[in-house]
Design a protein around this ligand. Structure first.
Ligand code: NI
Length: 197
């Protein structure tokens, strides 16, 4: 089932999400729904709060290796890089965001097993971005206050449920398909059409 993705201004995006205590069929169905919802929206990452469920669950699929993270945590991070970021909950907005270059994270998978993942590039960025969602944090919280004032009008439009027009013709399916190909190469370096996470 495809869920509606919440947009800036909706309360669930700002809540601190609860840890998951049971891995059951209900959770497995939710994960399937989240992948469907994310793929339809042409995103490569989605956190449960983005569909109104305040549980510590997120999915990422940046290189055709779909990953499910239950109760994820970042253990270690290093380096710093600034890249343009987009988010399915702020459609059309792209801003430069500084994040750690590399992260080591752990989480539980759908079999209930704990795993560790070392990541860099887009995957590292996506892990940090999605964990932020679980803490009620959006990428606009990580840009300067001055910049937030500059884009105030855009933020108001997003809060009203609008999608910002982008110069990259996001509605063109061919364009979006080529973006996906670019993303699957893992060579995302902040090109004009950042992955939606
Ligand atoms: Ni996001």
């Amino acid at each position: 089932m495809i869920h509606r993705i919440l947009h800036l201004g909706e309360e669930a995006l700002r809540r601190d999400s609860e840890p998951i205590t049971a891995i059951d069929d209900k959770l497995r169905v939710l994960v399937v729904d989240m992948f469907e919802t994310m793929h339809k929206a042409r995103g490569v990452g989605l956190a449960a709060p983005q569909i109104g469920i305040n549980k510590r669950l997120m999915i990422i699929d940046v290189d055709e290796h779909p990953l499910v993270f239950i109760n994820p945590e970042i253990i270690r991070k290093s380096g710093k890089e600034t890249c343009e970021e987009g988010c399915l909950s702020l459609p059309g907005l792209r801003e430069n965001v500084s994040r750690a270059t590399k992260v080591l994270a752990n989480a539980i998978d759908l079999d209930g097993k704990s795993f560790e993942i070392e990541a860099e590039g887009l995957l590292a960025r996506a892990i940090q971005h999605e964990i932020d969602h679980l803490d009620g944090v959006l990428f606009i919280d990580r840009i300067s206050k001055a910049r937030r004032i500059q884009i105030k009008r855009d933020l108001e439009r997003l809060e009203a449920g609008e999608t910002l027009e982008s110069p990259d013709a996001e509605d063109d399916p061919d364009e979006a398909a080529s973006d996906n190909e670019a993303n699957t190469s893992g060579q995302h370096t902040g090109a004009s059409t950042p992955a939606l996470i």
